[in-house]
Design a binder for this molecule. Sequence first.
Ligand code: BGP
Length: 482
Amino acid sequence: MPLPDTFLWGGGIAASQAEGAWREGGRGPAVSDISKYRPNADPKDYAAQHHVSLASIEEAMSDPDPTFYGKRRGIDFYHRYPEDLALFAEMGFTVLRVSIAWSRLYPTGEETEPNEEGVAFYLALFENMRVHGIQPLVTLAHYDAPLHLATTYNGWTDRRLIALFERFARTCFERFGHLVKLWLSFNEIDSVLRHPFTSGAIIEELVEGSLEQACYTALHHQLVASARITAMLRELHPDAKLGCMLTMLTTYPLTCHPDDVAATQAKDRLMYHSSDVQAGGEYSPLALRTLAQRGVTIPIEPGDLDILRENTVDFVSFSYYMSMTESVDPTVERTPGNTVFGVKNPYLPSTDWGWQIDPVGLRISLIALYDRYRKPLFIVENGVGMRDVLTDDRKVHDDYRIDYLRSHLAEMIVAVDEGVEMLGYACWSPIDTVSLSTSQMSKRYGFIYVDQDDEGRGSGERIRKDSFDWYRKVIASGGTDL
Ligand code: BGP
């Protein structure tokens, strides 16, 4: 059996998609509070869902009703977490990935002392996890920042956010470090390039110059912040580990035409742009040159390159839902994906949201990442969003989810057999939460069904799907019984 005994099994959620309680416990407004579900919008129209302006922020904040703002409501994990943790424990989880809402600890991001009610909430959560024998894997920034930092600083475009984030991270390490030994700095750190507001708290209207330049500036600030808190964690808790987290969008050329292969290679260069820094310690000179040719420069200040080189991560984590395809032919069919839009691969099936299912792509991704960085890997997101049906006898027969996960786990095991070193597997998401891209409930990922619809109607009851028993069996067998 190739998986090590120490291999961690579980799943992951994010504060902004699960906690709800957006105005409780002293929490300040967050960028996720603005994200609106539009009942008649095409769920595949990611750009329309995520376009934010000063006017839309004002409109959202003057509307206290959470009905169409799904992330304000989440799945009420804030109040129901003891029940949810008990269900995760029943499946045999040894790890649960959660995130900390920055605005629960620092409502505007600028306070000098943390909000103690927020600290108490996370302490109780981590204590409860300990009782269940579930190790927390904690993301500090998962599409979540105080809204004030967007409107006042234009988010991560402003270098001062590094210090504010360091203050937040220090509080987390000091107050939770005895219970949390596994940390991630930024979820899908590369994603600021694709959704500037959600990931970087950047309001396009406030950007002077090109948006692309603002996004790469923000990314550099996040990379420096991540390296600085890595140094901080090593000093405070030398036994803890910190990982990077990237969106793994493994890309194939649509054809073997050399132009398609070259376009794919160029795309890869930028996909690894941030992990090359976080895991490898330096910007790829080729990526920097490509950006320079596009008129983008990285605002490197004295000392930045040393900080980045000296504080690489302990492990590399990533999300994997689908692969991508590239072609130079502008007429080929396109399809939406995980916050991206790409060329359709004719060999792969798609979900209702256009995401193409590719288990072998997971193996290819694992091998590519391990080959490149030689650091242990952690799959911290993998799963399939579907419209589940609750039957009259309150069951959910989600064989499609079992098939998706089984085929991906089988490929993960092949990769481990081929020599890839792995720390664990945390699927997305073990319980239905509000979708990141659509703010809908009806795009469901969980082993646990949450009785709640897109507009928040329902009892909130948790119901075990068929996949619940399947995953319990997988964990109990250490991955041998898929
Ligand atoms: C990733 C995010 C998650 C998650 C997932 C599924 O990019 O890190 O937060 O939600 O995608 O996406 P969605 O919810 O849009 O289906």
